[in-house]
Design a protein around this ligand. Sequence first.
Ligand code: PMP
Length: 314
Amino acid sequence: MERLFVAAAFHGSKYCWMDGEVVETKEALVSAMEPIHLGIFEGIKAYAEGDVLGRGRLNIFQWKPHVDRLWRSAAICGLKIPYTKNDLLEATRKTSNANGFETNIYIQPRIWPKAEAPEDVHVVIPAWTFETILGEENPRFSRQRRFIISSWRLIASDALPPQSKTWANYANSALAMREAARLHYDGAIFLDNRGFISEGTGACIMMARREKIITPPVSASILESVTRETLLRILPEDLGIPVEVRDVTRMELYASDEAFLCGTGWEITPITSVDDIPLGEEYPGSITKGVAKYYAEVLAGKVEKHTKLLTSVP
Ligand code: PMP
């Protein structure tokens, strides 16, 4: 069988963990005949302690909910992971150490059935560095971002499982992003199959209206986002911002004062306009800025009561 080089998407990561050992990424080879449609993955980030824009000791944010979701994704797709959750934490540490990472990393465990033994799976953990948009005075945060409502609906949960990070789901996001790019916009928001606001492409959406944060429920075909769950807890408790989880119409998004995407990849990303309708009068809005500032402090381990959300990499 032909061998395929799978390192293309690893963004400079020299080593990854594959099926039990750390290997050079260019040696992480699989057959071109692998059954990829039932592959699952997880997206996790580790940030520099003290300052999310800094270097030094790294901490994984919310390891447990991420790895629990990986196990749920596997169960939904009928895949059995032949390791413990702790094995994968150790594997992640080994990968990071082998690469000598000293600044923020994105960790993406990938699991899919083996071509030659579909009841068995490959488990690969690549990790690579990324540039955060968070952090004091980071100019990337306040860049203008014009979004559209996608003409693609979010996959309905009776067609594909939106609550599982199954690669097949991400064709949905890719189509919406391509549509936005083709129309010269920066991003897309999905409606669910009932016509209510669902989520962004790989991120949940929160909007601020009359000093409250409103976000769609899990039943709007969203992924149960670790970031969203974290914010739903800390916004009211720590920042005194009331939150409402309920269906949101497209009109209400247009009428919001502020909106932002939240997720591991997108972090807290402010949205300037939707379908060319500007959201609110100030950009980024004061609630979005306050949430992003506090969230960056939590990620950097500066908020004592939330340091338990962090797991050290070394
Ligand atoms: N929705 C989808 C479809 C996603 O892929 C992600 C990224 N995992 C999110 C929302 C945000 O989830 P999280 O905060 O757990 O990264």
